[in-house]
Design a protein around this ligand. Structure first.
Ligand code: SAM
Length: 275
């Protein structure tokens, strides 16, 4: 099919032209004939083409009307593929994936909203089995970062809490057209719908976490006392930190996930109120 569709930078349109990487992505998705698939940002269908007749139902969500019209024509003879023209962040996947059964997600993501898409997937984790995604290398590094490194942040904690994510390989800019300004990484995200880490209030924890990371230059005691839990006296805070075996002069970003959770639970318990 001839297509003179001009790529739009503002929609992150760098099309994956490297067929080898396309195949690796499809392999990592491990498709079965009964699978339900959500593809984010299909573009001209470079990845979709590899999935034709390999899954039960494939929903592709593309924001650009020119591309979604192009795809509707391209796949009009295939009832298993449904093309939706919508912003993925406002797309309600429960409308199309009504029945139970886990969804596999694939996408060479538009990089201007990578983090939002990752949080979107986390919010739908009960319906998702896995996701195979192309993201910026820098984001992939943040996801798998270790405590104390500059990449370790709120995204790391959320992704490590709710998923098991691994970097499959890095992908050079020359694998796309037009060439993006950054190197990419192919990641596989396996969802943990019910992480068993003893966290009673997950929403509160991630809010707390965001606040603590926004003061990452400050000591833990300083952040808590001045910004996050000003309703608790310093002595009490010190006692909670000691109980959690956390050095009050340490920085929050140096803690591992276990200690972050311990601290949050300790503050909630001792403070007898929500943070
Ligand atoms: N999958 C195609 C490929 O590999 O060649 C295209 C990938 S391109 C990096 C990202 C795609 O996401 C583009 O087609 C773009 O139009 C689409 N897109 C951008 N923002 C979107 C959004 N908010 N919701 C859904 N799709 C979006």
């Amino acid at each position: 099919m001839d297509n003179p569709i001009r790529p739009l930078k503002r929609l992150g349109q760098n099309f994956l032209t490297n067929v080898g990487i396309q195949k690796i992505m499809i392999q990592a998705l491990a498709l079965c004939p009964e699978d339900l698939v959500l593809e984010i940002g299909p573009g001209k269908g470079a990845l979709t083409d590899h999935m034709v007749q390999k899954a039960k139902h494939i929903i592709v969500v593309e924001k650009d009307r020119r591309l979604s019209e192009y795809l509707k024509k391209k796949y009009q003879m295939d009832p298993a593929i449904k093309v939706i023209c919508e912003d993925i962040l406002s797309y309600d996947l429960t409308l199309d994936f009504k029945k139970s059964g886990k969804i596999k997600v694939i996408g060479s993501l538009p990089y201007y909203i990578t983090s939002q898409i990752l949080f979107y997937l986390i919010n739908h984790r009960f319906r998702i089995d896995r996701a195979v995604l192309l993201v910026q290398k820098e984001v992939a590094r943040r996801i798998v970062a270790s405590p104390g490194t500059k990449e370790f942040g709120a995204l790391t904690v959320a992704m490590q809490y709710y998923t098991r994510t691994k970097i499959i390989r890095h992908v050079p800019a020359g694998s796309f057209w037009p060439r993006p300004g950054v190197t990419s990484s192919l990641i596989q995200v396996m969802m943990r719908p019910q992480p068993e880490r003893g966290l009673a209030d997950e929403e509160g924890f991630f809010c707390f976490n965001k606040m603590m990371f926004s003061k990452r230059r400050k000591t833990i005691l300083g952040s808590l006392f001045r910004h996050v839990t000003p309703h608790l006296p310093k002595q009490k805070l010190s006692a909670i930190l000691a109980h959690c075996d956390i050095n009050p002069q340490n920085r929050y970003e140096k803690l591992d996930l276990e200690h972050m959770i311990l601290l949050y639970n300790g503050l909630q318990h001792q403070g007898r109120r929500h943070l």
